[in-house]
Structures are given as structure tokens and as C-alpha cells.
Ligand binder design. Sequence first.
Ligand code: CTP
Length: 413
Amino acid sequence: MRGKHIVIGVTGGIAAYKAVYLVRRLQESGAEVRVTMTEAATRFVGGNTFAALTRHDVPIHIFPENPSGISTNWTQHIHWAEWADMMVIAPCTANSLAKIVHGFSDSMLTTTVLAARCPVLICPTMDGEMYKAPSTRYNLNKAEDLGYHLLTPDHGYLASGMKGVGRLPEIDVIIDRMIQILEVAPSKRSSIEKISPTLREVLSDKKILVTCGPTREYLDPVRFLSNPSTGKMGMAMAAAAAAHGAEVTLLHSDSVSTTALAPSIRKLAFTTTEDLFRQVKSHADSDIIVMTAAVSDFRPVETHTHKVKKDKADLNIALERNPDILKWLGEHRRSGQVLIGFAMETSDLLKQAREKRVRKGADWIVANDLGSEGSGFAFDTNKVLLVGSHSENHFEGTKYDVSSNILHHIFVP
Ligand code: CTP
């Protein structure tokens, strides 16, 4: 979370006190935190507590409580919304959820949510029956449709003394989810315009297939051949394409969690290369295909249905070749289709990428140098070389920004 700007919105529930710990933990992990709270939240925890911790005002109302009535501070919600890399509403009461979903802007908190261009994580927290109420279910579904991220509340003892679903999850769980979301979300302070209207125009009627994460080739039910891919780059490509209006289908490794991605992205899981190949074939008519998946080139000739005991194991594993999916796509492409492949190399990046592009019949290859700092598996940033038939360009930044830049370069030349 180092250097991230986080706005926490605290609403009026008993769990409001837990937001104090959330602020502290985020600060310890290097984030800069500001807090806005609703009037009701002040009945559970004092605004001075947050002000002291964040060394910042804790606004409640949109209009500053300045007796003279003359202040330029009344646009504070816009400044906060622009400043934030992420907003987290924790706890979020049924009342605040309803207001957010229906676009109310009657407090600093709801107005800032309305003005925010960054991801917003809502942590619904309420009594079990209120959580199950039809209107809350409706608002939760609506919140997802509108692109808000939701954290499912925990089950356990509630303030009412009853047991049920509605508790604010542990701080670690909230922060883990925030990290997941930020990995694939646009950063607010990057070099290019976040949503490019021209790119949106080009992509808005396009079907895009993105693949991400590692394939797994099982030797037996507990062992497999795979690689360290985390799927982050593919998820960032899917997020950037969806943000620009494309209809995105993401084929993701079943080892990769996609909960941070917008609900509008269709997500289908794969395990093995054969499995991925089958699914790619059934989407082979897409307008654009982005093969970010880290595909195993080999699979064991034999897969055991029961766990192989170590004293019975053969120490040699016979392998056979997997199909080359991108090459197949290059040979079976429909006219006008754009094929984008990836390449991870440890030497001769440019030469390898140029050869790979031609060999696979791809239009573009996004090449990664595994030896370069801040790029490759598991990092949130990337440094890539985009190799086309007539151009070679270098991009670096967060995986989301690199993805936006790649799409921009290819489709708005
Ligand atoms: N790829 C694929 N099917 C495979 C292997 C790779 O579709 N069996 C795709 C990857 O998704 C990626 C591109 O091909 O978009 C390049 O993958 P990479 O592993 O770098 O290349 P390989 O074909 O495995 O070539 P080499 O191992 O010789 O570098």
C-alpha cells in the first residue's frame, strides 16, 4: 500500500470503531489515509480520533461549518475524490449503501463516492435480517452492476446478540481485498489519460478474449507441472479493455482469484492447456484475442488418478508436447481479427520477440525481460516491449497503465 492515497468512509454502525484499526494498519503499510464520516458514525466513534490519527480534517457535511459562510472549501469532496487511489466504506450501513446505490449526495461521504473515479470498496455491515432484506439484496446487486466492489460480511455474533451474517470482516481481510483491487485498477497518478475517448470509441463494439495465469498439468491429484505466473498482467489487460467499453471474456487459471475485477467481465476458469485450448477455440471468433496465459509447453504422458506414493514413484516423468494455442490461432484467424501474444524471455528480448511474432502468426508480441527489475511474474509493475510488424515501443508503469498504453498504441495509432 506504500504511497497509496486512501479515503475511508465510516458510517453509523457499531463496527465504526474498527475503522480506527483499519486506518492504523493502512498507515503502517505506507498508505496516506483520510477519513470522512457520516453524522450517525459520530455517535459510535469520535471524529477527533480519526483527525488525530490522520492529522487531517474529518469532514462530515458538504458545506464547511464556518460561521462566516464564506469558504472555498465546499469543493472538498471533488478534491478528495481526485486525490484518492481508492475509497473504502467500512463499515457501510444499509442506509449508506442505499444512498450510494441511488446516487444520493447529502453528506461529504456520499458526495465523495459520487465524484470518485477510483475503485470504491463497500463493506456492508449490519444485522443479519437487515442484510437478508429484499431491499438490501437489491441494493447489493445494483452496487455490483454499477461497478462498486463489495466485501461479503462475516458470519458470527452480531450487536443484537443474534448470530448471522453481517459482521465487518477482519482488518487483514479488508486490506487483502484492497490490495487485490489496486493491482488491477487504474492508478490515479499516471502519465496517460485514464479513459481515452478515442480508444473507447474503437473498443466499444468489440469482443475481446483475454487469457491469464498458469496452466497446470497434473501428474496425480496432488502434484502438477506449472509456472509462477500470477495472472496479474492478463487481469490488467481485461480491466483496461473493459474500462474502455469492450465486451470482455477472461479465461483465467483456476489458481487465480478474479474477485477484484468488474462484474461486467465474463470470467471462465481453466486448469490444463488442453482445457484452455478447448475454451479458446470456442471463443475463436472474438475480434481481439490477448494470449497472456503462461501456457505449459509440456504435459506428463500419464496422469495418475490416485496419489502416487513416494516409494512407488518412477523418478523419470515422460512428457509430451502441448498444443501451441497462439500458433493455432495464427493459422485459423478470421479476417480483421487482432492477435496479441506475450513472451517472457531471459535473453535477446527484441530478437526473440520479433521471431516469436512471425513464428506464431501474431500481430503483436508484448515482450517481458525476466531479468529486468520491476517486471515479470507477480510484480504490480511491468516493463515491456511491444513488437509489431512496423513498430517497436517500450512501455513501463503499473500493469494497468501498461495495458492501457498497449491498447492505445495498437488501436489508436
Ligand atoms: N503460448 C501458447 N501455447 C503454448 C505456449 C505458449 O499459446 N503451448 C502463447 C503464450 O500465451 C504467449 C506466447 O504463446 O502469448 C509466447 O509464449 P512463450 O512461453 O514465451 O513462448 P513459447 O511458445 O513457449 O516459446 P519458447 O518456450 O521457445 O520461448
